[in-house]
Write a protein that binds this ligand. Structure first.
Ligand SMILES: [Zn+2]
Length: 136
């Protein structure tokens, strides 16, 4: 057993524990969420007399992409609706991000656990013959 290596692995594991608390923070909040994405697109209406054509002041269209179980839908939002939807889609994004980060976190921690197990392995009591066989 390489004590130095084992200490290093344990330090990494501790770091991961702190990281986990950070990753899960959004899950401890209580603000409402909504499964969607708010997008803003700029466009020209095509009217030759409009400011978008004459001065390049493009029209802004704010929409929410709604994630239904059976597919996506887009709905236009006025300012009041935007103010209502945006905090919820933001909170939703934070939660989803936490979910994704947790997957990566888990992979790393499983890797660390495997390394720790290997470092702590002891072949004490095994016969010469058994020592030659690779362990799982
Ligand atoms: Zn226009």
């Amino acid at each position: 057993m390489d004590r130095e290596r084992l200490s290093q692995l344990k330090r990494e594991l501790k770091t991961k524990l702190t990281e986990l608390e950070k990753i899960l923070e959004p899950a401890f909040e209580s603000s409402p969420v909504f499964p969607g994405v708010v997008t803003t697109s700029k466009h020209r209406c095509g009217n030759p007399g409009c400011a978008c054509t004459r001065e390049g002041k493009l029209h802004e269209a704010v929409r929410v992409l709604i994630k239904f179980k059976d597919g996506y839908a887009t709905r236009s939002l006025d300012e009041e609706q935007l103010a209502s939807f945006e905090p919820r889609t933001d909170a939703y994004r934070s939660l989803r991000k936490a979910r994704g980060s947790l997957g990566k976190w888990q992979k790393t921690v499983v890797g660390l656990l495997d390394q720790i197990e290997r470092e702590r392995r002891s072949l004490q009591g095994l016969s010469e013959e058994d020592r030659k066989r690779p362990l799982r």
